[in-house]
Design a protein around this ligand. Structure first.
Ligand SMILES: NC(=O)C1=CN([C@@H]2O[C@H](COP(=O)(O)OP(=O)(O)OC[C@H]3O[C@@H](n4cnc5c(N)ncnc54)[C@H](O)[C@@H]3O)[C@@H](O)[C@H]2O)C=CC1
Ligand SMILES: O=C(O)CCC(=O)C(=O)O
Length: 411
């Protein structure tokens, strides 16, 4: 099922549980604004190449729209729409004063040089600068982008609007980025995992983990799980997959990845088929890469007892049904990966106040927000007798619906 159809289906299910008025339901579903721009840049060899950039601003009832920018060959309108909508629900679950947005450019960043990436980012910013802003829409990193990308956006945006550090989050620390933001999504995933496991009388120590994706989110989650005594037994990324049933030494793997750019030829583990990571024997599976990776073709073969959705929409609704019949407990994306946008919020607050927090404060506040959200979700699960995904969706949709009604409809 395509990402937008899947996201709409989850939203509609929550709206039904909440008994939402049909007009309000329709208004919450339709995006506030969809932007599509052509970005033409000279390549390093002088030839011209054109890419399509998108920014979908889904909803702003609870505050400025917020969400990452993705550079990936599969970026297309339906996917960006789904991701933007998920941001609206995610910021509401985390109870931070934002709406939702997402953007991206259909390109393969691995095929572009640093200077080509910089030109592409600057052209994209020129095309959307009058539609983003500190109090309207605040981008951040997502797949294929990073702190450097945010620095270019900040610089280009500031040429039009004056120095505006809070227009993006996930910036380099030297430009007003927050301590702890780089690790925040992975750290939030670990706090969320701890909250869930504690409920089941378990802890990370001694449990086995399989992780798909070893970029910002996957690598930080793996590192923090390893530090807590969890055994990461299988890891994959775009370059391949490895396994070690005794637990992979993640510190060593990070050094190997840093020096070679790949998981290949790592001596502390055996090579394996990348497709097998999702169905590998383990206690906890953490998808940290693309959407839709758990679907009707592989859901029945999943062996994990818990799935922590660090990626956005990794589980297709058909897989959701199969997995829930098998008794697999799924911690949904709009909660599990909310640590990134939560620390983005802390960064934005620090920029607006002109006062920097130390890293302990960032991490402690992150833990407080993640734990609070978990208990809020559990409360909705009890009230509506539903699973964690619907607990998170009903929590979020109810908050956004209330804000929308309070603001009113008068033109
Ligand atoms: N960066 C952030 O703060 C947040 C990211 N997310 C989500 O987490 C996921 C990962 O994002 P990042 O780590 O930031 O991206 P990233 O670009 O840093 O890393 C992506 C990773 O996925 C791997 N990958 C790509 N295609 C793959 C495939 N077919 N099989 C296995 N691995 C593959 C890449 O090799 C890389 O290791 C995405 O779904 C993103 O939307 C969610 C919340 C916040
Ligand atoms: O930090 C942010 O603003 C958004 C991160 C993001 O794109 C996501 O949570 O999917």
């Amino acid at each position: 099922m395509n990402a937008l159809a899947a996201t709409n289906r989850n939203f509609r299910h929550a709206a039904r549980i909440l008994g939402l008025d049909s007009k309000l339901e329709k208004s919450l579903l339709i995006p506030f604004r969809e932007i599509k721009v052509e970005c033409t840049i000279p390549k390093d060899d002088g030839s011209l190449v054109s890419y399509i950039g998108f920014r979908v601003q889904h909803d702003n009832a609870r505050g400025p729209m917020k969400g990452g920018i993705r550079y990936h060959p599969e970026v297309e309108p339906d996917e960006v729409n789904a991701l933007a909508q998920l941001m609206t629900w995610k910021t509401a679950v985390a109870d931070i004063p934002y709406g939702g947005a997402k953007g991206g450019i259909g390109c393969n960043p691995r095929d572009l040089s640093q200077s080509e990436l910089e030109r592409l980012t600057r052209v994209f910013t020129q095309k959307i600068h009058d539609l983003i802003g500190t109090h309207t829409d605040v981008p951040a990193p997502d797949m294929g982008t990073n702190a450097q990308t945010m620095a270019w956006i900040l610089d280009e945006y500031s040429k039009f609007h004056g120095h505006s550090p809070a227009v993006v989050t996930g910036k380099p620390i030297d430009l007003g980025g927050s301590l702890g933001r780089e690790a925040a999504t992975g750290r939030g995933v670990v706090f969320a995992t701890e909250a869930l496991l504690a409920e089941h009388g378990k802890s990370i120590k001694g449990m086995t983990f399989a992780i798909q994706g070893f970029g910002n989110v996957g690598a930080w989650a793996a590192k923090l799980i390893h530090e807590r005594g969890g055994k990461v037994i299988a890891v994959s990324d775009i370059t391949g997959a490895i396994r070690n049933m005794n637990g992979i030494n993640i510190e060593e793997l990070l050094k190997h990845k840093e020096s070679t750019g790949s998981l290949k030829n790592f001596e502390g583990a055996d090579k394996m088929d990348p497709n097998e990571v999702l169905v590998h024997e383990c206690d906890v599976l953490i998808p940290c890469a693309l959407g839709g990776v758990l679907n009707r073709d592989n859901a029945a073969d999943v062996k994990a007892k818990f799935i922590i959705e660090a990626a956005n929409h990794p589980t297709d609704p058909e897989a959701d049904e199969i997995l829930s019949k098998k008794g697999v407990v799924i911690l949904p994306d709009i909660y599990a990966n909310a640590g990134g946008v939560t620390v983005s919020y802390f960064e934005w607050v620090q920029n607006i106040q002109g006062f920097m927090w130390d890293e302990d404060k960032v991490n402690n506040e992150l833990q407080r927000y993640m734990t609070r959200a978990f208990h809020n979700i559990k409360g909705m699960c009890q009230t509506h007798d539903c699973n964690l995904r619907m607990g998170a969706f009903t929590l979020a949709v109810n908050r956004v619906a209330r804000a929308t009604l309070l603001r009113g409809w008068e033109a």
